[in-house]
Design a protein around this ligand. Structure first.
Ligand code: 13P
Length: 253
């Protein structure tokens, strides 16, 4: 059975001390996860050892990097390699967030290379896709996100794509307070799963967790996650508020 996942994306927020307090408040809630559930915190890179240390004793609570470089090692000042993350005990990495695509010009081809190096080092990629507002207004979202999957993921073998977590994050819903409706989320998640099924198989598509991201909060998480093809959320703003993120974890199927 595929995992239901609550993933926090702290982005470039919080001091180390604020991050420590946030993790302590969330883990102190004593949430018992079911065997199909997973909680992930994508924290700023300097906080990864802190997060790993704090989460280590909580089963299925894990830290994640927010980005990775596609080269093994070498003269790439400021970048972080897969091997570095593995050496810290990290198991997850967010790849292709729309903010990286927009502000750092990461292309579908760049992201394919990042996915490859992550998988080579046995890191689980949390691969983000999602359309901008002008594409949604023209109802071009399906073709747009299918192309993102095709160009960054569909070179993978069936065994490898099963290791990827997909996060559908419509750009118009990120940080705007404007959430996709439950129907919109279910519709495009089911579409993404059908595209994967067509390329690979129903069985492969059925094993891949597809998270929704974009203004997820305690007030809408239960309804969003209740959709059959929505396997949890990737959460920005609300993940910085302990009570909000605790409620979002509890909203998992
Ligand atoms: P918000 O939850 O703040 O809209 O951010 C979503 C997001 O980008 C998570 O990666």
């Amino acid at each position: 059975m595929r995992k239901q996942i609550a993933a926090a994306n702290w982005k470039m927020n919080l001091t180390l001390q604020q991050g420590e307090t946030l993790l302590d408040e969330i883990t102190a809630a004593g949430i018992a996860l079911a065997s199909n559930q997973q909680v992930i915190f994508a924290v700023p890179s300097p906080y990864l050892p802190m997060a790993e240390a704090r989460l280590g004793s909580f089963a299925d609570f894990d830290a994640s990097a927010q980005n990775i470089y596609h080269k093994e090692s070498g003269a790439y000042t400021g970048e972080i390699s897969a091997a570095m993350l593995v050496s810290l005990g990290i198991k997850f990495v967010v790849i292709g967030h729309s903010e990286r695509r927009e502000y750092f010009s990461e292309s579908n081809a760049d992201l394919a290379a990042k996915v490859d190096i992550a998988l080579k080092h046995e890191l689980t990629p949390i691969f983000c896709c999602g359309e901008p507002l002008e594409i949604r207004e023209k109802e071009g979202q399906n073709a747009y996100v299918a192309k993102q999957l095709e160009e960054s993921l569909f070179h993978l073998s069936a065994d490898d794509i099963k290791k990827v977590v997909i996060a559908y994050e419509p750009i118009w819903a990120i940080g705007t307070g404007r959430t996709a409706s439950t129907e919109q989320a279910q519709e495009i998640h089911a579409y993404l799963r059908s595209v994967i099924a067509k390329k690979y198989s129903d069985a492969v598509a059925g094993e891949i967790s597809i998270l929704y991201g974009g203004s997820v909060k305690a007030a809408n998480a239960v309804e969003l996650f209740s959709s059959p093809d929505v396997d949890g959320g990737l959460v920005g703003g609300a993940s910085l508020i302990p009570a909000e993120f605790i409620a979002i974890i509890k909203a998992l199927k």
